[in-house]
Ligand binder design. Structure first.
Ligand code: NAD
Ligand code: UGA
Length: 458
């Protein structure tokens, strides 16, 4: 079969895999190849057990793999034969040198730019899919035009807004697809080519075009606003606990104002995930770079409240359990940073586990998808930690349960049975407010929700 266009994606991760699988699924006329430097990851994408868990992903991949979707380690070949190259490599927080702990580490990004320059033999459109600091496209352009090889490269910004756990739904029916370009005739032409791909399934009014810097910045700002909403309600949850108000009721009242919206107002043990913290710190770093210290401090506060909320959760456990956790057995319900994913990057459960282990509590961790990652995350942590998939077995003999992830299996569990298997007094700390607190209290549990008065028998 001859394909209309050949698309390459560099980086077969949480973003590259699902986004390209969706393009391949919706555009059978395009050949889509995803390459990665990690051969194990590519083998997994080519196997029955995909490297990431995402509802609906397997169906899309198996429908297209080997037809117009290919996973490979042949980066050089991929670059040579492609017309459009998406770059979806990781851009973690820098851990060394200038900007350590704040700025984005662009080494993987820059390497791909150099690889493209080295192997390209024809004109290409380069699409920034990774989340990047504003003005990265300029650096990309400078690298790509650093030789006189007469090849034309047009750089576009097309940030990804999918959330883990709902990636396929988000890709199939996105709120918006954002495409930024240089506003030159060549830039606009390249932008039109990318619009044409998405227009295969995304309504035109959801495809937003802008100048390239607005597009790059909009991604960081979107994540910052989302995280800010969570930190706002989490800050208020602390006040609710003092003032005997109920954060769910407050969130409902506030969220019914259509100017504010009801989403992302669930108070929690804190936000996690690979991106919120990293992207806000990146934004803070950018503001400092431009001398905007007050703006930087404002956004830094969003991360500050998140750290406060996690520590507050541990201190609430400690206070409730008579000021000592040493030797007590605590079962964590969930380890993933959110439901419907096995991803544990920056999961609040990591910090909570470390703190509880520091207090010498014994930990049992249960999660339907994330136990392998949990084991890796807690490898260096000293203490007695066990990993058990069955929540009944995991909570057997425990003093307390702490809900870390909002998996929908948890509210459906037989808590009478769980209560009878636990040490008394039995405690539940609901870090996601997903359980029926009154019912648990009536069963005999001492219940500590987030942002609501505790229900205790003493
Ligand atoms: P990831 O770590 O899961 O995947 C990145 C992949 O790139 C890895 O498999 C790595 O081996 C590969 N890679 C690195 N350098 C390479 C190179 N030179 N050549 C080929 N492959 C290379 O990361 P991710 O979660 O997919 O995130 C990618 C980008 O997308 C980040 O900038 C992130 O901020 C952004 N983003 C992520 C999400 C998300 O939900 N995870 C959502 C929106 C945006
Ligand atoms: C987030 C954004 O929602 C995506 O739009 C973005 O593309 C992505 O980051 C990214 O750039 O990586 P994700 O981190 O996958 O997606 O998941 P979210 O649903 O945003 O949840 C993030 C964290 O906030 C989770 O720990 C979640 O449990 C927590 N959260 C979310 C709350 O504590 N309360 C809420 O009301 C909502």
């Amino acid at each position: 079969m001859t394909f209309k266009k050949k698309i390459l994606c560099i980086g077969a991760g949480y973003v590259g895999g699902p986004t390209m699988a969706m393009i391949a699924h919706k555009c059978p006329q395009y050949k889509v190849t995803i390459v990665d430097i990690n051969p194990t990851r590519i083998d997994q994408w080519n196997s029955e057990k995909l490297p990431i868990y995402e509802p609906g992903l397997k169906k899309v991949v198996t429908a297209t793999r080997g037809k117009n979707l290919f996973f490979s380690t042949e980066i050089e070949k991929g670059i040579k034969e492609s017309d459009i190259i998406f770059v979806s490599v990781n851009t973690p927080t820098k851990t060394f040198g200038a900007g350590a702990g704040m700025a984005a580490d662009l080494q993987y990004w820059e390497k791909t730019a150099r690889q493209i320059l080295q192997h390209a033999e024809s004109d290409k459109i380069i699409v920034e899919k990774s989340t990047l600091p504003v003005k990265t496209a300029l650096a990309m352009e400078r690298i790509l035009t650093s030789t006189n090889n007469s090849i034309r490269f047009d750089v576009l910004s097309n940030p990804e807004f999918l959330a883990e756990g709902t990636a396929i739904k988000d890709l199939e029916d996105p709120d918006r697809v954002l495409i930024g370009s240089r506003e030159t005739p060549a830039g606009l032409k390249a932008r039109d080519e990318l619009v044409e791909i998405y227009a295969n399934w995304v309504p035109k009014e959801h495809i937003l075009t802008s100048n390239i810097w607005s597009s790059e910045l909009s991604k960081l700002v979107s994540n910052a606003f989302l995280a800010q909403k969570i930190s706002s309600i989490n800050a208020i949850s602390a006040l609710c606990e003092k003032a005997e108000a109920d954060v769910t009721e407050v969130a409902r009242a506030v969220g019914m104002d259509s100017r504010l919206g009801s989403k992302f107002l669930n108070a929690s043990v804190g936000f996690g995930g690979s991106c919120f913290k990293k992207d806000i710190l990146n934004l803070v770093y950018l503001c400092r770079h431009y001398g905007l210290e007050d703006v930087a401090r404002y956004w830094q506060g969003v991360v500050g409240i998140n750290d406060y909320q996690k520590e507050r959760f541990v201190m609430n456990m400690m206070n409730a359990m008579f000021n000592t956790l040493a030797g007590k057995k605590i079962c964590l319900f969930g380890f993933a940073f959110k439901a419907n994913t096995g991803d544990t990057r920056e999961s609040p459960a990591i910090f909570i586990s470390e703190r509880l282990a520091e207090e010498r509590a014994e930990l049992t961790i249960t999660d339907p998808q994330a136990l392998d990652n949990a084991r890796t995350d807690l490898e260096g942590v000293e203490g007695n930690i066990s990993y058990i998939e069955n929540p009944y077995e995991a909570s057997n003999g425990c003093d307390a349960i702490a809900v870390m992830t909002e998996w929908d299996i948890y509210p459906q569990l037989d808590f009478e049975k769980i209560f009878h298997s636990m040490v008394k007094p039995a405690f539940i700390f609901d870090g996601r407010n997903i359980l029926d607190h009154n019912k648990l209290f009536e069963m005999g549990f001492n219940v500590f929700p987030i942002g609501k008065p505790p229900l205790t028998h003493f």
